[in-house]
Ligand binder design. Structure first.
Ligand code: ZN
Length: 480
């Protein structure tokens, strides 16, 4: 997945002395049956390193090696599981702990594949899971063998502590997340939905942000934008380049793209983004909090000024406000002395979950306003739309409470601008929440984030994440 970066700079946070960490609320939720944490940490590290050392770079994936390892671990504790897939080199694993059925199941998920690596760029070999200076280094440390390990440990703890469950807890080791969802979530939803169907799902996509070594806030992804590509095709008359024509397709296309570039579609908030900006304002230094508050203003002038600032300084936040459009491919012409009859541009459109595609296409046509330019959906890389996870749900409340209990911090619901595998589950009615361990905001720009040439996670944060994961699942699934 794409790393969650809010766009705030470290400096802004550092100058903001005495920010209230929010998390003062007293806690009423039931404390989990207490595992022997030092022993759990030793085992967590063992499984984490073991799966990191299994080379599941995708392509080709080879996720069967993770599925087999996980199955052995589950078998040893008597947790039933099945390995299923359309390609037996790339299967998924599904395990289930039975509850009494009073509530619908909870699904916890991590993906077993990782993106490819440029071996030469790694200080420690990418599949070595080297421990150094309090970190574990390796491809997959934060995407997504952290979630995989956290979910696995939670299953083991629930089983060993004989926690009585009000709902089944389903664990999925998912293949193909990094660009080949046909063998992973696509296959699971199509062929095994009954085995993974759940009221709630926890997967990747959120996390806890540390700045200057301290926890600042937690994020839980509760919805995501929908990729909806649009292409502009300009048609003109071809001819000799020595005789310029008014109908030149490249000129028409350039004009259309320029209009799109100047256009920012209307701002629209949903429950998640409205809550996100409100809460972010409440925990941010005053000089930036102003923009988060102003962008929510009903005064168009105030909102516009904040929108301009965000677009310039925190583009991810700007994208969260609206259906966004970015022209990313521009093609036309094949030799300098021929006026081409066609030119084409591709727009990366990331639609708000409630966007009406047909209406939006009409808007784009009005902005382009040129009969020589056709505007149409590409139909590529689309994901199904589904409702967002509810902030008043038992699951969100459990996540928020665990954020306070384990991290002593406030939780912000987020809408990711990129797509995740949760889209397929949301489209089936599963309420999905993206979670993750705490990472330093400084780590991404230094090249230690997901998909970069050095990926790493603090050992202490791996262990804290396991406690968080267990806390949430315990409070959501155990019988009270
Ligand atoms: Zn991922």
């Amino acid at each position: 997945m794409e790393p969650q970066v809010t766009g705030m700079t470290k400096r802004r946070w550092l100058v903001a002395a005495g920010i209230a960490a929010a998390a003062a609320a007293a806690l009423s939720a039931q404390a989990p049956a207490q595992p022997d944490w030092p022993k759990v940490e030793e085992e967590t590290m063992r499984h984490y390193q073991a799966v990191l050392r299994l080379d599941t770079r995708n392509p080709p994936g080879n996720e069967h090696i993770v599925a087999e390892y996980v199955k052995k671990v589950l078998d040893a504790d008597g947790i039933p599981s099945q390995i299923v897939g359309s390609d037996m080199n790339r299967p998924n694993l599904i395990a289930r702990l039975k509850g009494n059925g009073r509530k619908r199941p909870l699904l916890i998920m991590g993906h077993s594949d990782v993106v490819t690596v440029d071996d030469a760029k790694w200080k420690f070999p990418p599949f070595s899971a080297t421990r150094d200076g309090g970190y574990v280094y390796g491809r997959g440390t934060v995407d997504d063998k952290d979630n995989l390990t956290g979910s696995l440990m939670t299953m083991l703890l629930l089983k060993r502590l004989k926690v009585p469950l009000d709902r089944d807890v389903i664990f999925v080791s998912e293949s193909g997340e990094e660009g080949s969802t046909g063998v992973g979530i696509g296959y699971l939803v199509k062929e095994h939905f009954a085995d993974i169907d759940a009221e709630y799902c926890l997967a990747e996509g959120g996390g806890v942000t540390r700045i200057g070594g301290g926890v600042k806030y937690a994020t839980v992804q509760t919805l995501e934008k929908m990729p909806r590509g649009i292409e502009l095709v300009a048609h003109g008359i071809s001819g000799h380049g020595s005789v310029p024509l008014k109908s030149n397709a490249i000129v028409h296309l350039a004009g259309a793209v320029a209009k799109i570039g100047d256009w920012r579609p209307e701002i629209r908030f949903n429950e998640t983004t409205g809550t996100y900006f409100r809460k972010l304002a409440s925990i941010s230094p005053p000089e930036v909090a102003k923009y988060y508050r102003d962008v929510l203003s009903t005064d168009p002038k105030v909102q516009k000024a904040a929108d301009d600032w965000l677009f310039e300084n925190e583009p991810r936040h700007s994208s969260m406000l609206r259906t966004s459009v970015s022209p990313n491919i521009f093609t036309g012409g094949y030799r300098s002395n021929v006026i081409p009859s066609e030119a084409k541009a591709t727009l990366d459109v990331r639609a708000l979950p409630d966007e009406n595609p047909a209406k939006f296409l009409e808007q784009v046509k009005r902005v382009v306003n040129d009969p020589a330019v056709d505007v149409r959906f590409t139909g590529q890389n689309e994901r199904p739309a589904g409702p967002d996870a509810r902030l008043d749900s038992e699951a969100y409340k459990a996540l928020e409470a665990a954020g306070t209990r384990i991290y002593n911090t406030a939780t912000l619901p987020t809408m990711s601008t990129g797509a995740t595998d949760m889209a397929q589950l949301r489209a089936k009615g599963v309420q999905c929440f993206g979670i993750g361990p705490a990472t330093d905001m400084e780590d991404g720009p230094k090249g230690f984030g997901a998909h970069s040439d050095q990926e790493r996670l603090l050992e202490s944060e791996l262990h804290r994440f396991v406690r968080f994961n267990y806390d949430v699942v315990f409070n959501l699934a155990s019988s009270r």
